[in-house]
Design a protein around this ligand. Sequence first.
Ligand code: RAM
Length: 363
Amino acid sequence: MKRVLAGLLSSVMIMSLLAGCGGSAPQEPAKQEPAKQEAAKEPAKEPAKTTDGAKKKYAFIFKNAGNPYGEKQMEGFKTAIEELGGEAILKAPDQPTAEAQIQMIEELIAQKVAAIAITGNDPDALQPALKKAMDAGIKVLSADSAVNAQSRMVHVNQADPERIGRVEVQAAAEMIGGKGEIAVLSATSQATNQNTWIEWMKKELEDPKYKDVKLVKVAYGDDLRDKSVSETEALLKSFPNLKAIIAPTTVGIAAAGKVITDKNLKGKVMVTGLGLPSEMAEYIESGVCPWMYLWNPIDVGYLTGYAADALVKGTISGKVGDKFKAGRLGDKEVVKDGDGTQIMLGDPFKFDAKNIGEWKKVY
Ligand code: RAM
């Protein structure tokens, strides 16, 4: 069942997203690269072994420990690496800082891993450490939250950031009847993924149809549960007329859901954003969060594992047009991303009272 649902995700998500948004469907379908003639390359047959016969090591560093979303991503990465015959090393610092990640990168360089995949806590601060890793022959890629183009060979992106940002504003505006104060509860102030989505939220808000919607604050809960709770409480205190909170982080949205529930503010302050179905089901079922979005974090990790292996085996180098087979996710292609390159997983998927019962069992 789990696998069937996970597999169904990519095929049903565009339909559901478009069908489920009522009058406020996302602006544009994601731009698909046209199909190319050349077929994707099969991963090399030989298992991921070093010359002395030991399994090659593939590392994944998440933002910080204790985040169930990060655990799902790392679970997908591990599955992929084990399917490929390698050894997965999963790491996450206690605090979501670049400094803590730099220390881990240094350790992994000393361990002579074959690849480092990282969900970056800062777009630029990791550059010296990641360049050092690449100079040592380690294949480096980012996933979920990008590092700058000079610090990586390719980025694994969950979905189009423009769609992610715009759809969250559309949801909040619809929930509050197009009028009132809204706030964003984000992760850390340096997180590349959240900051990019927030930029797109602000662009969406420039549309005159949102003239009565006012973004009063962007708060940062740092993807820490307690801080996200206290930041939600502070928002409610500072903005007594607040009508909605958009949390583009699974930790933030779950904290906001809890605070709004505990304070009996259901229906008065709406919660939406990006949430993990298993953590948000109770708030979606109760109506505190009428609907929210996400992608499959297990698949983000799984795709990252296959991309890391394709870099290690030389099937891809991270340049536009490179193709590879990503296990059960099928053929994937490297596309442009600003001055760097990326591999796209899919589209954001809408979770609401109708489908949350199924999805909460999956991730
Ligand atoms: C949190 C993390 C992660 C982000 C999700 C939506 O778990 O910040 O990076 O992708 O939320």
